[in-house]
Write a protein that binds this ligand. Structure first.
Ligand SMILES: Nc1ncnc2c1ncn2[C@@H]1O[C@H](COP(=O)(O)OP(=O)(O)OP(=O)(O)O)[C@@H](O)[C@H]1O
Ligand SMILES: [Mg+2]
Length: 434
């Protein structure tokens, strides 16, 4: 297992396009790092540079303390699981998992031991003699992961491994990968454009946009303290609402009435004509259902509801609002870039599932003003971000991770000695990138 350090990594393809543009990122030994961003932002390119399948135009790639820019993939001893994992149809599951060990001429009983251990963890024991064609999508996925596990690589690299699976299986595999990663304690870099996967799997998440890092932080920090409009709009589902606002005294005037800001916030946003206020759907509530204790921390406004959607555990209400053309154009561009269809001049509001608010009627909503963020509409910068609060959240996440890894390793089986410093095996059993 190893740490991965990237220093000012640039990738220019033949046509000169900088697909990855000055990326510096440190991934700790045993950490689960997510690379996320919309299509074309450079995620796969970055991953392929780590594994050695793509030349690095400039910058340093350092794995386990060693500069690997000029090493071939098989000399880096990393394990990659692709979007379209290739299993050999004529081989049994056992032989598919054993494949890299056969390549490196590992002795038979060692192969048997490692495949058995991996298949135990992956719950593939009773399928070892079957052929891939007879397996479900999720089982095939696990076979591909088994192959990565037996190699005892320095790190796992995943490129959208779940994107071909249906929603239910994707959920199961997500849990599976998370459990495995904790148990093996192996450094993992995982590419996805799915923000749910990013949020549930990552110790930290690196958000990319057009080849540049926007923010690297724990899921909670990204969610609660995004650096800009792009991160704020990308993370969270349904997405954050962005409303036009102007500052008057210590209050923001918005289409949903005034929102009071505290002193720090006022100082941060002063001097700009037009602002964008970001409000997550769950910062709203049906005003008639808000605790008396909470009520003073927010404001109440009246609005006509366009549509309501009842989902059992919660309920969404859509509230249209008016915005100046400058703002609508900006939001339209953002939605396009984030691959989301909706033109957001309607707010999505999450209210309690017992709320009687119904479409076509006016209703009173409460809005928690403590949590709103205010953005500069021109630059997209989050003007009210609290960097210290954000850093605390990421610190907490890193403490939690240490505890989870200890717990997972104390309770789970170990695979091929990987949970106790498996890197020792890398010399003897090198088998090239998967
Ligand atoms: N072989 C290539 N030659 C030239 N340009 C390329 C090549 N491969 C990728 N690119 C460009 O580099 C940019 C980043 O591509 P990359 O495949 O890394 O994106 P991605 O974030 O993985 O996207 P997706 O989510 O669609 O897989 C894109 O603009 C793409 O067009
Ligand atoms: Mg890709």
């Amino acid at each position: 297992m190893a740490s991965i350090e990237m220093k000012h990594i640039v990738k220019q393809y033949g046509d000169g396009y900088p697909a990855v543009n000055d990326v510096s990122l440190d991934i700790a030994d045993g950490e689960f790092m997510i690379l996320v961003g919309p299509s074309g932002c450079g995620k796969s390119t970055l991953l392929r540079m780590i594994v050695g399948l793509e030349d690095i135009t400039s910058g340093d790639m350092i794995i386990g303390g060693k500069r690997v820019n000029d090493l071939a993939p098989r000399e880096r001893n990393l394990s990659m699981v692709f979007q379209n994992y290739a299993l050999y149809p004529h081989m049994t599951v056992f032989e598919n998992i054993a494949f890299p060990l056969r390549l490196s001429k590992t002795p038979d009983d060692e192969v048997r031991r490692r495949v058995n251990e991996a298949s135990d963890v992956l719950e593939l024991k009773e399928h070892l003699e079957r052929k891939p064609a007879n397996l479900s999508g999720g089982q095939r996925q696990r076979v591909a992961m088994g192959r990565a596990i037996v190699r005892q690589a320095e790190a796992f690299l995943f490129d959208e491994p779940l994107s071909n699976l249906d929603a239910k299986l994707r959920g199961q595999m997500r849990t599976e990968i998370s459990r495995l990663q904790r148990r093996l304690g192996i450094t993992t870099v995982y590419v996805t454009h799915d923000q749910t996967e990013a949020m549930t799997l990552g110790d930290r998440v690196c958000v990319l946009r057009k080849g540049k890092i926007q923010q690297v932080a724990s899921p909670r920090e990204l969610y609660e303290q995004p650096v800009n409009l792009f991160v704020a709009g990308f993370i969270g589902s349904p997405p954050m609402n962005f409303l036009p606002a102007t500052l008057e005294g210590n209050r923001l005037q918005t289409p949903f009435g005034p929102i009071a800001l505290d002193e720090r916030q006022v100082a941060a946003v002063q001097g700009r004509d037009l602002l964008l206020v970001g409000i997550r759907p769950e910062y709203f509530e049906d005003a008639s259902l808000v605790d008396e204790a909470k009520r003073p921390y927010g404001s109440v406004f009246r609005a006509r509801v366009d549509v309501t959607e009842w989902l059992g555990d919660s309920q969404y209400a859509y509230i249209p609002y008016e915005a100046p053309e400058a703002i609508t154009a900006q939001l339209r561009d953002l939605s396009r870039e984030l691959d989301s269809e909706e033109l957001r001049t309607q707010a999505i509001v999450s209210i309690d599932s017992t709320s009687r608010i119904r479409e076509g009627r006016e209703a009173d909503f409460w809005l928690d003003s403590r949590k709103v963020h205010v953005f500069d509409p021109q630059t997209g910068e989050n003007l009210t971000r609290d960097a210290e609060a954000g850093a605390r959240l990421t610190q907490m996440a890193s403490e939690d991770r240490v505890e989870q890894v200890q717990h997972a390793q104390a309770t789970g089986q170990t695979v091929g000695g990987q949970s106790s410093g498996g890197s020792g095996a890398s010399g003897a059993h090198r088998a090239g990138a998967a």
